[in-house]
Design a protein around this ligand. Structure first.
Ligand SMILES: [Zn+2]
Length: 472
């Protein structure tokens, strides 16, 4: 057994209460949960009730969840979920568990606002608005939580319901709404000023007073802030036609992303994976004291770990690798690796070089968190490109004079580790399962392609079934 494999065996086999599996969850699961609309109460003829449903997709770990409710002016919103007025829900979801919270719907006047939730693991959440007419439930509208975005696009008519929230607690946000008719011509414009943590919901006709009667087309919403300023907002639209309400797809722009939320998502996923992987075997508790996360706006493409206490991810680094959650996951895992080494009294685990040691942790935690283990190469290559050091001479000099070593050396070390992880029999089942799910078309001989895939998975057959009719 090589030293690396002995290290791996220590890390992976001793905590046998956690079988080694890569955690996967629905794409909609997140640790940041923005609900752009809440409605509660009204009169007997028509009143609203909002219900929140939460599920924890993780098969082994509980998720702690906190949800805060805000009113239009950004102050706390008191809601009654059956045990008296409160502006916060705080609860724990067991592995694979779920919880449901419904407002009483008994407020004399309809109360509206919005909510922000955060979780210690990605959870799947839904808000369900129930319209109750003459005491009888008439319709439920479901709305998934959204993420802050740069712009929002929705089909629209004059009765469209629009909900907007300001995710910043320290500054107002101004959102401009443009009504565009079916031929693509802009026919109206409105503007909404949201106070810090504030909210507004109204029909499109109210928000754009000069909207042409009978308007039908789209609404495009964007912030009027300078680029890089307070230019994110959360939005949601509700279709209304002939007096009937229905849900619409989320229209938040896919790019650029909300980096704070992306960083928090990878941090919680990787931190939990790290605790699962090394917590038992090395006797470390990364939650007590918690390995804290700091997100910094410094104009420096960098991330680092401070002693055994916190990791810092600069927004500039997140922006460099923002098209890949797996690459960000590797960076977070690398920094957590430094924390583990510090908490072990600087004892090396995989490698005497602290940076190569941290790389090994980063790749391993990425794997267990359900990210792509190849992402380490992507993150390092982008760093090299941004630094302009990808030339052979630069790489050779870095190898000799920088403790980080060259990116070529680091990628090569990770390649060797990945090969070794998948070779011994005790890890081969994990590698085979992972490859089947994530890299089913990798040729054999490439790490994560060994050993050959067992026949228990259906992926290739399903692929064949879909491919044939589409190609003919
Ligand atoms: Zn490092």
């Amino acid at each position: 057994m090589s030293a690396t494999i002995r290290a791996l065996a220590t890390v992976l086999l001793i905590p046998c209460q956690f079988p080694l599996i890569a955690q996967l969850e629905p794409a909609s699961a997140h640790v940041s949960l923005y609900f752009p609309q809440i409605a509660d109460g009204g009169n007997f003829a028509q009143r609203w009730q909002t219900r929140f449903e939460f599920t924890n997709p993780h098969v082994q770990l509980p998720a702690a969840v906190v949800v805060d409710f805000m009113a239009g002016n950004g102050s706390r919103l008191m809601l009654n979920f059956g045990s008296g007025p409160a502006s916060r829900l705080s609860f724990t979801l067991p592995p694979r568990g779920s919880r449901s919270f419904a407002t009483t719907g008994l407020a004399a006047n309809t109360v509206v606002g919005w909510a922000y939730g955060s979780a210690s693991l990605p959870v799947q959440a839904t808000a369900i608005f129930r319209s109750i007419e003459q005491g009888a439930p008439k319709v439920d509208i479901t709305a998934p939580p959204v993420l802050p975005g740069h712009s929002y696009l929705s089909i629209a008519n004059e009765d469209l319901g629009v909900a907007l929230g300001n995710p910043y607690t320290d500054a107002p946000v101004a959102v401009t709404l443009s009504a565009i008719d079916s031929s693509g011509t802009k026919v109206g414009q409105g503007s909404v000023q949201l106070p810090p943590a504030g909210h507004r919901s109204a029909t499109l006709r109210t928000l754009i007073p000069a909207l042409p009667p009978g308007f039908k087309g789209t609404v495009s919403m964007e912030t009027s802030a300078e680029p890089g300023g307070r230019d994110y907002f959360v939005a949601w639209t509700l279709n209304a036609s002939d007096g009937v309400l229905s849900s619409l797809p989320i229209g938040t722009s896919a790019w650029p992303i909300s980096h704070h939320d992306r960083i928090r998502l990878t941090y919680w996923k990787v931190l939990n994976a790290a605790q699962q992987t090394v917590g038992g075997s090395l006797g470390l508790n990364l939650f007590s004291p918690l390995v804290e996360l700091r997100i910094d706006p410094a104009r420096e493409i960098n991330a680092f770990a401070f002693g055994g206490s916190y990791i810092q991810i600069n927004l500039a680094l997140s922006q460099l690798i923002s098209d890949s959650p797996s690459e960000l996951g590797f960076v977070v895992g690398h920094e957590i690796g430094h924390i583990i080494r510090a908490r072990l009294g600087n004892r090396p685990f995989f490698n005497s070089n602290p940076e190569l040691d941290a790389d090994a942790y980063g790749m391993l935690f990425n794997l267990v968190a359900g990210y792509d283990p190849y992402a380490g190469a992507g993150a390092l290559a982008k760093l090299t490109m941004a630094a302009g050091t990808s030339g052979l001479l630069s790489q050779t000099l870095i190898d000799h004079f920088d403790v980080h070593r060259s990116d070529n050396t680091r990628i090569s070390e990770m390649y060797n580790l990945l090969r070794e992880i998948c070779k011994p029999s005790q890890f081969s089942a994990f590698c085979a399962e992972y490859k089947d799910l994530i890299h089913p078309n990798f040729p054999s001989g490439v790490p994560m392609a060994e050993p050959q895939r067992p026949s228990v998975f259906l992926t290739p057959q399903v692929g064949e079934t879909f491919r044939r009719p589409m190609l003919r």
